[in-house]
Design a protein around this ligand. Structure first.
Ligand code: GRF
Length: 594
């Protein structure tokens, strides 16, 4: 875990934001120590409340170098790699800056280089700027200079006072600082002269990047990119497989780019032929709207709603009209269309391809034109569609978009792609205990793939976890992390406690439905059907053959006889999350599981 030291002199709200981000796994490290040069600073109480060690290094009566030396001693003792100034009100000397080159960072409440120095928010307000903001920069001498890591703009309202403006800037700081620290800790940056350039991260984990130099060129221009991602609202439930792409969208958001979440209400009515040998049935308007709402609700568990622009593509595709569609169709040719694998296969097999299926690719490509997309993201199965967007943009006088694809995630079986219809999925709206149990059931090998695709941890952090050589603990940490992403840390902890109760202590969940049967010997498939754990006798036999059935935690074979003594009970379970207590009729059951 990378360690951050925070230097403070006052209130400490940025310190709090950094600590909160670390706790939620958004910082890429932990706050290891807080150093204040002022004994009574409120920031010290905040550190204490958060359980972070806090040290006072009083500067009074000491030369600057000596004071910095004592702070450096504390920072070194705590193994600090990055120092964050958060309302630290003194200049640093070369003693500290020289010892930690490019590893000291500051947040300043203006868009530097405008308004350095004290009371920057008021200076900006008095100047009458229409856009103010905050800057995170590497610290060099002199004051408030040094390469700019990240900035966030805040627009000035007509009725703002210096105080109301300062309040909104401070809120922006609380988002900005953790994001910048994450980039710095991740080491994904370099200096080009005075320019701080974030690198590589955006393409990490992508399968196709068409093309990397074009992406670098776009990033070099320094303006936020428009990143398009299209979703056809055909299936309303998002599972972890979809979140691989969403995490990539979030990374773009975290770097300050504009992500446009295109809901394909128009294209959804055409039906995407990807991966299908038959065309998909078109959806009704009502279905599309219902699905889109569910999609958005679930997607915002990963995406930052404040930085996500949601657009329905009927907005521009309906406006295009038939003349516009004909012009659009003229930008592409049939031979290119037939390069698409599923079209080619159907064509070669003499199966029909309807004209409207060609229009699907073109219509979604036109989304990129309408949005002037710089980048389009999608799963690897969308590569063809994404490239059509890239290909037609020059015909509309636009620079071709960069296309980036993310891998398709294997389901919990580790074999097939995660999908609802194959039953190997973990839905983001599933109850915490179910999510946790499903994640604990994956193989060790698959676990590392999930670490890479579903956690946003840096490769070095994953390697550290892996080399610790304790796969069960790593799997539990993974499940906890993923459940916390969707349900919060408390729910994740509760899910883990419950799982431990059930699996490690061989107990059963606190709320287990009970079914009463006469005492005596029972065939397992009969009990399974009676308990509602199997749909039918043959389903029960299949489950028994697969070894999925347990009695009080012990495997039960298809030929077993299950004896139920008068007054006794036992728990039948299937997989990690389905339990029924079987209790003998005519008496209080004794819990043999405990
Ligand atoms: C912030 O406005 C920051 O930009 C400036 O000092 C202030 C510190 O506030 N460098 P807090 O102590 O983090 O609340």
């Amino acid at each position: 875990m990378k360690r951050v030291g925070v230097l403070v002199s006052g209130r400490g709200s940025n310190l709090q934001a950094l600590v909160a981000a670390a706790r939620e796994g958004r910082l890429g490290g932990e706050v290891a120590v807080v150093v204040s040069n002022v004994a009574g600073a409120p920031a010290l109480d905040k550190a204490q409340a958060a359980g972070v060690p806090a040290v006072v290094c009083d500067h009074r009566g000491k030369p600057r170098e000596e004071h910095d030396r004592s702070m450096l001693g504390v920072l070194n003792d705590h193994g600090v790699e990055l120092v964050c100034l958060a309302g630290y009100m003194r200049l640093l000397s070369p003693v500290l800056l020289g010892a930690m080159p490019h590893r000291v960072v500051n947040i300043h409440p203006s868009l530097l280089p405008a308004f350095p120095g004290l009371d920057a928010q008021r200076q900006a307000w008095e100047y009458g700027v229409k856009v103010a903001g905050a800057t995170v920069h590497l610290v060099e001498e002199p004051l408030d200079a040094g390469p700019i890591v990240m900035q966030e703009a805040v627009s000035v309202q007509a009725d703002d006072t210096p105080e109301s403006l300062a309040g909104r800037i401070l809120e922006a700081e609380h988002h900005l600082y953790p994001r910048a620290v994450r980039v710095l800790l991740g080491g994904r940056w370099r200096l080009e002269g005075r320019r701080f350039v974030a690198t590589a991260r955006l393409t990490r984990g992508c399968v196709d990047v068409v093309t990397r130099p074009a992406l670098e060129e776009k990033l070099r221009r320094g303006r936020p990119l428009t990143v398009k991602v299209g979703f056809d609202p055909t299936a309303p439930d998002i599972h972890l497989g979809h979140t691989v792409l969403m995490r990539k969208m979030r990374e773009f958001q975290d770097e300050g780019h504009r992500v446009v979440y295109v809901i394909g209400d128009f294209t959804g009515m055409i039906g995407d032929p990807t991966g299908r040998s038959k065309t998909r049935p078109p959806l009704s308007r009502e279905e599309i709207e219902r699905n889109a709402d569910t999609y958005k609700k679930q997607a915002f568990k990963i995406l930052d709603p404040a930085r996500t622009e949601t657009r329905f593509n009927s907005e521009w595709l309906e406006a295009l009209g038939s003349a516009g569609f004909v012009r659009l169709a003229a930008t592409y040719n049939v031979a290119r269309m037939l390069e698409r694998r599923d079209f080619r296969q159907r064509y070669e097999a003499g199966q029909p391809i309807s004209m409207h299926e060609f229009l699907y690719s073109l219509a979604q490509a036109y989304d990129s034109v309408a949005l002037k997309a710089d980048v389009e993201l999608g799963g690897t199965d969308q590569l063809f569609n994404l490239n059509v967007g890239r290909d037609i943009m020059p015909a509309y006088g636009l620079e071709p978009q960069v296309v980036m694809t993310t891998p398709l995630l294997e389901g919990t079986d580790g074999v097939e792609k995660m999908s609802k219809s194959l039953g190997n999925y973990v839905g983001v709206a599933e109850a915490p205990a179910d999510m946790y149990a499903k994640l604990l059931s994956i193989s060790d090998e698959l676990m590392w793939r999930y670490y890479v695709l579903l956690t946003g941890l840096a490769p070095s952090e994953i390697e550290e976890e892996r080399s610790a050589g304790r796969p069960m603990a790593s799997k539990m940490a993974l499940a906890r992390r993923i459940v916390a992403d969707f349900h919060g840390a408390d729910a994740a902890e509760a899910a883990e406690t419950e799982w431990r109760r059930v699996h490690q202590e061989r107990r059963t969940p606190s709320e287990v439905p009970t079914v009463r049967v006469p005492p005596g010997d029972h065939r397992p498939h009969e009990l399974l059907a009676r308990a509602g754990l199997a749909r039918s006798r043959s389903d029960a036999v299949r489950l028994l053959r697969q070894g999925a059935v347990r009695r009080d935690g012990m495997a039960v074979g298809p030929a077993a006889e299950l004896r139920l003594a008068p007054g006794a009970s036992f728990v039948l379970s299937i997989g990690p999350s389905r339990f029924v207590r079987i209790e003998a009729e005519g008496g209080e059951g004794k819990d043999r599981g405990k």
